[in-house]
Each structure stands twice: as C-alpha cells, then as structure tokens.
Design a protein around this ligand. Structure first.
Ligand SMILES: [Fe+2]
Length: 451
C-alpha cells in the first residue's frame, strides 16, 4: 500500500475507494439461470467522490450501479454519476450555509434510488430528488412542479395498496420537519409542517396502513460544526427521544407523541398496526456521533411496540447479532411482515483491512424467532439486499434476494440472486462484474414501475 493510500481515511480505502470511470458493459458472464420473470433494473446508490476525496463517508458524490435484466439475460451493467452541480464543479463547497445547505438542487444524490410513478429517483436527504432515465443518465432535479420547497428524504415509503409515496423533509432551520405525500400518479398532494423539538437529523421514518410514524431522536444539527465545514450533526444528551404517530392524511395537530429511551435508528425494517398497537422493527444503535463523526456503535434488531391506549412503548431486543440495512418485501411495507432481511455485521466487516469477513445476508422469521442466513464466503461481503417475489409466489418468502457481493480475494464483484425461501448459499444466478465499491441503498425497479 502506498503512503498516499495509508493517509486516506478508512472510507476511501479498500472497497470504499471510489471508481474513476463510468462504464457500460453489455457482454456479461452469467453463472446459473436468471429467472425470465425478472424484467427491470437492480439499481444501487453510493458515495463515490469525483475528486477522489471526501471528508466523511456520507459526503461523496452519488454513483449508481445498475444491472438491466430481461428475458433471462443480463443486458447491461452501468455505473453513472448522478449529474449534480458537484460533478460540473468538483471544488464546490459541500457544507456551506450560503449555498450547498440551502440550495435544494445542491444535492450529493448519493443515498438511495427508488422507482415511483414512472420515474427513477436518486435521493439524498438534504435536497431535492434527482430524476434519472432508464440508462441511468440524469434528467435533473425535481421539485414536483414547484410544490416541493425543501428537502426530500432518502427513505420514502411506497404504499403497496394505494401506490402513494409518503415521506418528509428535515431542515437545519424552521420548519425543522415537513411531511410530504406524493400520489400514485406522482403529484405532491400534501405538505405539512410538523413541530419537533429542534433540528433533528431524521434519516428514515415509518408507514403503516393508516399512519406514519416520525422518529424525533437526539442527533441534532450543530451550527458551529457547520460553520467549521464539518459534518454538522452531533449527539445530544438533553434532547430526548420520541415517536410521533400521525394519520397518513393528518397534520401537526393530529400527531401523538410517545417518549422512548434515547437511541438512534437510521433504518427501520418495517411498521404495521395490530390490535390497537403499532409495531416497528428497527436496527437500533445506542447513540451516534457522541464522540465524533465516526462514532457508530453496533446496531441490532429491536422491536418497538406502541400501545396507543396506554401511551407506553416497549423496546424488545430481538437479536444480539450486529446487523443493519433491514428490509422487507416491497409488498409488505406498512403491513404485517413475517420475514425481514438484514446485512450481518455490516459496518465492522466493511472497514476491516485486509477484509477477512465472512459476509452474510440474514433472514429473520419474526413468527418463530428463528434466524437463518446466506453465507457468501470468506473475504466476501454482500450489500443491502432487495427482495423480489417470484411470479406466482405461494408464501411471503417465496422470492429472490438481490445484491452486489464484493470479493476481496479477487478485488472484483458480482451481482447475485439468492433464493429467499431456502436461503441456500448457492446463488440462483450471478453476473461477473468489475469491482463495485460498497455503497448505501439499492432497489429492484421493475420495468412496469419505471422503464
Ligand atoms: Fe439509509
């Protein structure tokens, strides 16, 4: 390893190192059989700083890695930057109160990518969504015909029943929180300011059949850090922690708040209503950013149960195993799930050098309490996996798990499809790829959703 590499922070080394090129590969080696029912794109976003450097793993430029599947073929792999102002002007300030923190087009667009209402949206929580076309070229930022005036979360929830997409924006300045509801046709139909205790950093939220649940947690904006150009969020021991339950078409006056023990949750697995309770499964961390911008203790799966009659919230630790990036099938979002999928020991393994992890995709059966896994092998690590149901699925877990798997032994990657029902270590199919750096969130976008 060169001296220059040794001086780089962890998030730019090993398989966190950014790529320099955008590639299109149409001749791809496939092992196994890609199911012919899969017609769409697996897309994953992540931070890939165009200058080769970023101060923090969350601040690199958004790069999408995509695979197009159709008729049992892998038609192409592409990686493309989201064409934000930072790509045209790589020396633009990332944390700047006069510009990048207040200009809503000034996104890194690096966190998630979803399909909704015929559009592919690259998302980052501080700014407007960016629309991409089916070849991953950037169309541009969207403000929903002028109705969106602030930020849009990287973790909206799309209702499997109505097709509407609910989300929120948070801000460093008042109003600190805004609820956003986008119709199935892609129109922003509701914008509500919501009162929270201060400028909380709200990464994700929850949707059930009738409600949304905000997580008002003690990671808060710090102006002094922003002025210094540092990651402008820190832990607060005084702020408290609470969950806000609101009808999906409600407003600030209809939010009911429930206190919980201080903690942080980047990602819930899912939420649903049952017998007057609201159940939320989450990857819970004891705190974040107390001892600095890389202070991330190990997350683990917990279950919050909100008893709306008594006002009490119970917090049950479901498993001690460190795990993150929880997901349920898209058609279970907001309704009761039996199964959830996570990435084992994600943060710790990914930063090891040399990376010796035995990475795994975890499957939780929340009815029996049993955990099973797909083990991807020594020195190999999967990313977040997306569940895609089989064409004529007979059970909730009758489907495929898709992800990119990095292999430190060969410094290359593959796109892998596993059987979620059996959780066999042997993939249904793999597609050989050059190195795909670790990233954040991905989704399967069927051609029927956006093409
Ligand atoms: Fe996230």
């Amino acid at each position: 390893m060169s001296t220059i590499e040794e001086e780089l922070p962890m998030h730019l080394r090993g398989n966190w190192a950014p790529l320099q090129d955008e590639r299109t590969i149409t001749s791809l080696k496939v092992t196994g059989t890609i199911p012919t029912e899969l017609d769409g794109r697996y897309l994953r976003n992540g931070a890939n700083p165009i200058t080769g450097f970023s101060d923090h793993p969350f601040l690199g430029d958004g790069m999408i890695h995509g695979i197009r599947l159709r008729d049992g073929q892998a038609e192409w792999y592409r990686n493309r930057y989201v064409q934000t102002p930072f790509i045209a002007q790589p020396d633009r300030e990332v944390i700047d109160m006069e510009d990048s923190l207040t200009d809503m087009t000034s996104s890194k667009a690096n966190t998630n990518i979803v399909g909704h209402a015929g559009q592919i949206l690259a998302l980052e929580e501080g700014h407007f969504p960016y629309v991409l076309d089916g070849d991953l070229d950037t169309v541009g930022p969207t403000d929903y015909s002028g109705k969106l005036t602030g930020s849009f979360t990287a973790h909206p929830k799309i209702c499997p029943t109505t097709g509407e997409m609910v989300g929120f924006g948070y801000s460093l300045m008042e109003p600190y929180l805004t609820y956003l509801r986008v119709s199935a046709a892609g129109e922003l139909v509701q914008v509500e300011n919501i009162t929270v205790g201060g400028p909380t950093m709200m990464h994700d939220f929850n949707m059930t059949e009738n409600h949304v649940i905000f997580m008002d947690l003690p990671a808060i904006f710090d102006l002094e850090l922003a002025i210094k150009g540092e990651m402008p969020i820190r832990w607060s021991d005084d702020y408290g922690a609470r969950l806000g339950v609101m009808p999906r078409n409600g407003n600030d006056a209809s939010v009911v708040w429930y206190d919980i023990d201080p903690c942080y949750v980047f990602h819930p697995m899912n939420a649903y209503e049952e017998d007057g309770n609201i159940v939320i499964d989450v990857a819970r961390l004891s705190h974040i950013w107390r001892d600095g911008p890389m202070d991330f203790p190990e997350p683990a799966l917990h279950r919050w149960t909100i008893d709306t009659a008594s006002g009490r919230v119970t917090d049950d630790r479901i498993d001690d195993m460190p795990a993150e990036f929880p997901r349920v099938p898209d058609d279970r979002v907001g309704v009761k799930h039996r199964y959830g999928y996570m990435m084992a020991n994600a943060a710790a393994s990914a930063f090891e050098e040399p990376m010796s992890a035995n990475g795994a995709i975890l499957k939780y059966d929340l009815e029996t309490g049993k955990r099973t896994s797909v083990e991807v092998g020594a020195g190999r690590l999967p990313g977040e996996s997306s569940f895609v149901p089989k064409a004529n699925a007979t059970s909730e877990d009758d489907g495929y798990l898709m992800t990119y798997v990095f292999d430190a032994n060969t410094d290359s990657s593959e796109f892998a499809i596993f059987d979620a029902g059996s959780m066999s270590n042997d993939p249904v199919a793999t597609v050989e790829l050059p190195r795909v750096p670790f990233g954040f969130h991905g989704n399967w976008v069927p051609s029927a959703t956006a093409d």
